[in-house]
Each structure stands twice: as structure tokens, then as C-alpha cells.
Design a protein around this ligand. Structure first.
Ligand code: F0G
Length: 352
């Protein structure tokens, strides 16, 4: 038995990391591929959840950030900057702390989940709220890092991010012994679909898997530029993590869809919330609202026949449900506390 060494060490030969580099890691990756019996029963498919909320800061961003911060530090950078809907900033803040460098984050005013903000605060990031959306923040971050090259941009336009995140595809093939028939995931800025497709292709080219999955990229209906085929000026969705109107990796996402014979689809907030509650309430896995897009996409694609029963399907659930307690608790009725009394408990349970 050996402890999980973090994804750079686990996949060292596939990572662009020099032998003498000091690796910045919180032992990210190695997340479980959890069978989803309720979804499997419902669809007649073999469904698995790749539970990325179990990474060190609670999202898949840690896979990219171990690579991005390792690369930055070993190239002599003393500061990192990102635009973020919350998870990237939480991850950047943690890895920058680990590396002993400065982290600054640009976030859309009032539109990030509470848990994510708490993480950036606790890791000591310089938090700058911007009067704009994610797309505005990313444009700003790109301009600032172009003017100040000593600051490294750690959004997914940084190629090291994609290299780190491709390892999720490796892990899935390593567990299943082959690629799934369909891989569903939420799409926002489109770095992650780019990364998964890179990973699946790499293993396929090296003969480690003998097939490739069809990629199912799922966006929120109010923020679905790839589905519409045009940028969305004012994206809106309850799934703030993917409230993005102009994905930076647009071309790579389209290539992943086309080359894999895949599909983009949109899910309404109502369908996202339905899937969000289903995953927590039926599978026992608490994810954040944006993460449930993969499951909403599976259900819709199965209903219209794009995914046939009998298929093996992996849904990436990208972030931990604890990040967004407000959405979880919204609509919960006020309940009065009971006296310290077993009869009162029995009454409350309706077994009195
Ligand atoms: N799911 C979650 C929970 C996310 O935080 C993100 C992106 C995505 C899915 C979409 O991934 O951008 O690679 O297509 N969050 C970024 C952030 C934008 O700033 O944390 P993508």
C-alpha cells in the first residue's frame, strides 16, 4: 500500500514538469469514481460519478492549479492572478499559499457562492470585486498579466492548467479499464472539456484505451453560448459557477464535441436544481448546482435517445455541495425547536 502522491507524481511521465522542479501539491486528484445505482436504474445505463468535490479545495480546479502554480513558481513568478466565479479563486489562493507567493482574484460582484469566498478569504488572497461578470473579469485579468508579465495568469487559458486537468480522464480509464461510452460534464469557460478530451485522446493514442467517449457538454440555459453558437452578453443562472457568456476555450470545446461525435446541450435552472436534489437525495453525493449539469444532461440525452440504455456513462460532478449552502437551504421552511423531551421527538417524527 502506498499513499496517493498527488497527480503530478502519479502521472509524472505525462506531465510537462522538469525533473528538478519543486512540485506544489496538496495531494489533489485520485478522486473516487462512484457508482450511481439510482441513475443507473433510471436510465438502464451503467452510470458513474467522478466526484471532484473531494479534491483539497473542493473542486476539479485543484488538478489544474497544482500544475499552474508549480510551473509559475519554477519559472520564478512571485504572484498569480485569476478571474473566477469562485472555485478557481479558492484553488489559486490555496496553492499560492502553499508555494509562498501572492494570489489576487477578480470576482464578479455579488455572484459567487459563500463557501468559495470564505476559502479565498481564509487563504489570504487579495480579493477584488469587479462591477461586471466573469467574462469582464477574465478580460481584465488578461490585460493586467499582459502588462505585468511577472504575474502569472492561472485561468484555464494557461496551458499548464489543461495538462493537470487531463489526469481526470486518465483516472477514469485506469479504473474502468476502458473509456466510457459517454462522458458528461458541465461547461462554463470550457477548459475542463478541453482537458478531458486531451486526456482521453492521449490514452487512446498510446493504446491504453481502445475507444474514445462521446463528449456531452452541458451548459445552463441562461448561459449557453456553445449551444446557441454565439456569445451571451448577459449570462444568468442560479449555477453561478458556470455563469459565463464567452468561453475562452470555445474552439477547443467545439473540437472536442465534433471529434468525439458529441453534443452540447442546455439545462434550465429548474432542471439543474432537479438534478442537484436528485444526486444529493438519491445517490448520497452532495454537489454544487453547476455540477449537477452533467446529470441533468444525462437525463435529457437519455430521454431523447441520444444515450441508449446499456451505455457506460461517466458524469463529472465538479464541485462540493458545501460551497453553496445558500442554494441548499433556500426554500427550507422555518422550524421551531422542540423541548428536551423524547415525547416531543416522537411527536416531531410523527410516531407519537
Ligand atoms: N463546474 C464548476 C463547479 C466550476 O466552478 C466550473 C468553472 C465549471 C464547472 C466549468 O468548467 O470553466 O472549465 O468549463 N468555474 C470557473 C471558476 C469558471 O472561476 O471557478 P470550465
Amino acid at each position: 500500500h502506498r499513499a496517493w502522491p498527488g497527480l503530478i507524481e502519479a502521472y509524472r511521465t505525462r506531465m510537462p514538469v522538469a525533473a528538478d522542479w519543486k512540485v506544489v501539491t496538496l495531494l489533489e486528484g485520485g478522486t473516487p469514481l462512484v457508482a450511481a445505482p439510482y441513475l443507473s436504474e433510471l436510465t438502464g445505463c451503467e452510470v458513474y460519478l467522478k466526484v471532484e468535490g473531494l479534491n483539497p479545495t473542493g473542486s476539479f480546479k485543484d488538478r489544474g492549479m497544482t500544475m499552474a502554480v508549480t510551473t509559475a513558481v519554477n519559472n520564478g513568478k512571485r504572484a498569480v492572478l485569476c478571474a473566477s466565479t469562485g472555485n478557481t479563486s479558492a484553488s489559486a489562493a490555496a496553492y499560492a499559499t502553499r508555494a509562498g507567493i501572492t494570489c489576487a482574484v477578480l470576482i464578479p460582484e455579488g455572484k459567487i457562492a459563500m463557501g468559495k469566498l470564505a476559502q479565498a478569504v481564509m487563504h489570504g488572497a487579495k480579493i477584488i470585486q469587479v462591477q461586471g461578470n466573469f467574462d469582464d473579469c477574465l478580460e481584465l485579468a488578461r490585460k493586467v498579466t499582459a502588462d505585468f508579465p511577472e504575474i502569472e495568469l492561472v485561468n484555464s487559458v494557461n496551458p499548464a492548467r489543461i495538462e493537470g486537468q487531463k489526469t481526470a480522464a486518465f483516472e477514469i480509464v485506469d479504473v474502468l479499464g476502458r473509456a466510457p461510452d459517454v462522458h458528461a460534464l458541465p461547461v462554463g469557460n470550457a477548459g475542463n472539456i478541453t482537458a478531458y478530451w486531451t486526456g482521453y485522446r492521449e490514452y487512446h493514442a498510446d493504446g491504453i484505451s481502445d475507444s474514445l467517449p462521446r463528449m456531452l457538454g452541458v451548459q445552463a440555459a441562461g448561459a449557453a453560448p456553445l449551444v446557441n453558437g454565439a456569445p451571451v452578453k448577459n449570462p444568468e443562472t442560479i449555477a453561478t459557477a458556470i455563469r459565463i457568456g464567452s468561453p475562452a476555450s470555445w474552439n477547443q470545446a467545439v473540437a472536442a464535441k465534433d471529434e468525439s461525435n458529441g453534443q452540447f446541450r442546455a439545462a434550465t435552472d429548474e432542471k439543474l436544481l432537479e438534478a442537484y436534489r436528485l444526486v444529493a437525495g438519491q445517490e448520497g453525493v452532495f454537489v454544487e448546482p453547476a455540477s449537477a449539469a452533467s446529470v441533468a444532461g444525462l437525463l435529457a440525452a437519455h430521454a431523447d435517445g441520444w444515450i441508449a440504455s446499456g451505455s457506460t456513462v461517466v458524469c463529472t460532478v465538479t464541485g462540493n455541495g458545501l460551497k453553496d449552502p445558500d442554494t441548499a437551504l433556500s426554500g427550507m421552511p422555518e422550524v421551531n425547536a422542540i423541548p428536551v423531551d423524547p415525547v416531543a421527538v416522537a411527536d416531531a417524527l410523527g410516531v407519537g
